[in-house]
Write a protein that binds this ligand. Structure first.
Ligand code: SAH
Ligand code: SF4
Ligand code: F3S
Length: 447
């Protein structure tokens, strides 16, 4: 087919954070509402949406090479696929991509993708278009209703970031912080549950900055929304991510001790254990204030699993400052963590700071940090042995007859029993590996 034909099939490839995964699902729904169906597995699609992430290096180069690959694969299959670039690279580099990649027909930013359908119509008429506007909250109201979803579903409640950490592109690609309205979120959560969700993870770049007014008109924080969602009978589990230490408040901490459906898991990135580095990052917390915050969570919910993000090799980071990061890791004992080498991002203050760190030094620091983090994850898993908990089955495992789900502490738990996606099973955790556990089935809780 020519790119000017109306596409019949689509594929959305999402990279980066869970908010991109959510956006990708919604773009799929939007295209389906237009009569375009998901391309069957192994078949080239007529329309490919690359939903991109700009957080670390080589993001833009990756877009160009992916576009080249899509064009080539499409030609081999006898088509000339329509290509849309969405997500954070689209927002940051959209104009340049339009100039350099003639195969790209559409560039659409994270706040504008509700208009993707019209852009496809235009592209089918041979007109290329770019939309990187940031209209406030117009997007969600304009999207079609939720369709069938996985047992563990995402729900974006807050978008954007006002924190301006000096290394980070998100405030530029996602815009200012906004909270979606309470009633719209409760409605969407109910639709998700009707569509098959048993667990909902509330998403935001700074999800704990969410605020709104409840049905009585009272101002509420995220715990108010969580409390309301916990009343939805068929919804069994709630989670939220990602939080920022600066927006953490007592109500949300207390909710961990009060709301049974709120899972005992907290992702709270610290980035570094050095106060000097944290200040240079514009993180607005210290190592000590962060540790005190975690103590309050542990007081509210003693078994809470902690998770974090780390950056090694921020400009000017000395060996001694890196050691402080290892110290905070040792002090916390994370159940899970994500760690990255600092990557200079165009237009961010840190990119032009003195003292950029050599790649070999970053490699070595990352390896050492990950050794500590892996040790702690293994220790957390081992400490879970003998515990009885519910596991929500999400997918088949790699081996035949194996099924995989998540524990309340977000550990992957596998079973050798015949199960089904969406089963909530009661299990004992009987064997611990570095990144998963084996479960022994006790009884089927619900099908
Ligand atoms: N809003 C969240 C997540 C932001 S992006 C937060 O503030 O915690 C996810 C993670 O990517 C960050 O926590 C940080 O660890 C990492 N990251 C962001 N920018 C980076 C950069 N320029 N180089 C390396 N890692 C980066
Ligand atoms: Fe980026 Fe910092 Fe905002 Fe997180 S809080 S998205 S790291 S600027
Ligand atoms: Fe990446 Fe944008 Fe998310 S840069 S991490 S996709 S907010």
């Amino acid at each position: 087919m020519k790119p000017t034909d109306t596409p019949k099939t689509y594929r959305v490839k999402s990279f980066g954070c869970q908010m991109n995964v959510y956006d990708g699902e919604r773009m799929g729904e939007l295209l389906e509402a237009k009569g375009i169906t998901l391309a069957p597995e192994g078949e080239e699609a007529d329309l490919v949406v690359l939903n991109t992430c700009h957080i670390r290096e080589k993001a833009t180069e990756k877009v160009y090479s992916d576009v080249g690959r899509i064009v080539k694969a499409g030609r081999k299959a006898g088509k000339d696929p329509m290509i849309a670039i969405a997500g954070c690279v689209a927002q940051a580099e959209g104009e340049e991509i339009m100039k350099r990649a003639p195969a790209v027909g559409m560039v659409v930013g994270p706040q504008a993708y509700h208009r993707l359908g019209d852009m496809v119509t235009k592209a089918a008429a041979g007109e290329r278009s770019t939309d990187t506007d940031m209209p406030e909250d117009a997007k969600f109201a304009a999207l079609p209703a939720r369709r069938k979803v996985a047992p563990s579903a995402f729900l974006t409640v807050q978008e954007g970031c006002d924190k301006f950490c000096t290394y980070c592109v998100v405030p530029y690609t996602r815009g200012a912080e906004i909270s979606r309205p309470f009633s719209a979120l409760v409605d969407e959560a109910k639709r998700l549950v009707e569509a098959g969700a048993k667990e909902i993870t509330l998403l935001g770049q700074n999800v704990n900055a969410w605020s709104g007014s409840d049905y009585a008109g009272h101002a509420v924080g995220l715990e108010g929304l969580i409390g309301e969602l916990a009343k939805v009978p068929e919804l069994q589990r709630l989670r939220y991510t990602t939080s920022h230490p600066a927006d953490m408040h007592e109500g949300l901490i207390a909710a961990h001790g009060e709301v049974d459906k709120l899972m005992p898991y907290l992702h709270l990135p610290v980035q570094s254990g050095s106060d000097r580095v944290l200040k240079a990052m514009n993180r607005s917390h210290t190592a000590e204030s962060y540790l005190k915050l975690l103590d309050r969570f542990r007081a509210a919910r003693p078994d809470i699993a902690l998770s974090g993000d780390f950056i090694v090799g921020f400009p000017g980071e000395t060996d001694a400052e890196f050691e402080e990061t290892l110290q905070i890791v040792d002090a916390v004992g994370y159940a899970q963590a994500y760690s990255f080498k600092y990557s200079p991002r165009p237009g961010t203050p840190a990119a032009s700071m003195d003292g950029q760190i050599a790649m070999e030094v970053m490699d070595e620091r990352l390896q050492r940090l990950q050794a500590h983090l892996n040790r702690d994850q293994q220790a957390f898993n081992e400490a879970s042995l003998g515990k009885t908990c519910d596991v929500l089955i999400e997918r088949k495992g790699r081996k035949p007859g194996q099924w995989l789900g998540k524990s309340p502490w977000l550990q992957s738990v596998f079973f050798e029993n015949e199960l089904a996606i969406g089963d909530m099973v009661r299990a004992e955790l009987v064997q611990a590996g570095p990144s998963s556990l084996q479960g022994r089935l006790l009884e089927s809780v619900s099908a």
